[in-house]
Design a protein around this ligand. Structure first.
Ligand SMILES: [Zn+2]
Length: 201
């Protein structure tokens, strides 16, 4: 389409540019958004009301609503399958970084925080075991195609993998099962102390 006549317009000619008045949304920082009012309002503000539930109050524009998050987490917990706790598997206090390794941990938490064990939302954790290391994979870039490791090195990896297979979990992650714990985690007298505390004594 090179043969269409492109007329020459001089930079200083009247038709090159004209002063016009334009109307549009300008945010608090002076950025022009044309007719996009909502983007201008978003860019020019820091907070907004929760759009799911007006009672949740306000949240920062670049964050989520804490109340909505807690409601979702609670729904997720309530929907979990429930199993009696075996007393040894790590437990997680749902939605937090708090973990309990045994009944003593649970008891301490309850007495320190003035809360009954049955009020805790506890989730059974799943173990994260160390993965075995394949020496050929590990040195893949340095080995010739289809090449094996030197025997001594392979034996060392075999020994290491034996230790890895025998290892305890490296860590625990909250699973999808809620833990039901037995009532006798607290002694009768510990319960009485809690009761006294909740009665404001
Ligand atoms: Zn909300």
């Amino acid at each position: 389409m090179n043969n269409t006549t492109t007329s020459v317009v001089m930079m200083d000619s009247p038709e090159a540019a004209t002063i016009q008045t334009v109307t549009g949304w300008v945010d608090r920082h002076g950025h022009f958004w044309g007719d996009d009012e909502s983007m201008a309002r978003f860019a020019g503000s820091t907070h907004q009301h929760c759009d799911k539930n007006p009672e949740h109050g306000i949240r920062a524009n670049n964050s989520y609503c804490d109340a909505c998050f807690e409601e979702r987490e609670l729904t997720r917990f309530m929907a979990m399958e429930r199993q009696p706790w075996d007393g040894v598997t790590m437990l997680n206090l749902h939605g937090t970084d708090t973990y309990f390794g045994d009944a003593d941990d649970l008891r301490d938490y309850c007495t320190e925080n003035g809360i009954y064990p049955e009020q805790l939302k506890l989730v059974v954790c799943t173990p994260n075991y160390p993965r075995e290391i394949d020496g050929c994979d590990y040195y893949y870039d340095d080995l010739p195609d289809g090449g094996d490791l030197p025997l001594a090195l392979q034996e060392a990896f075999d020994n290491l993998n034996e230790a890895i297979r025998a290892s305890e979990p490296l860590s625990w992650s909250p699973g999808n099962i809620a833990a039901v714990i037995s009532d006798d985690i607290l002694t009768q007298s510990e319960r009485q102390v809690l009761e006294a505390r909740s009665n404001g004594e």
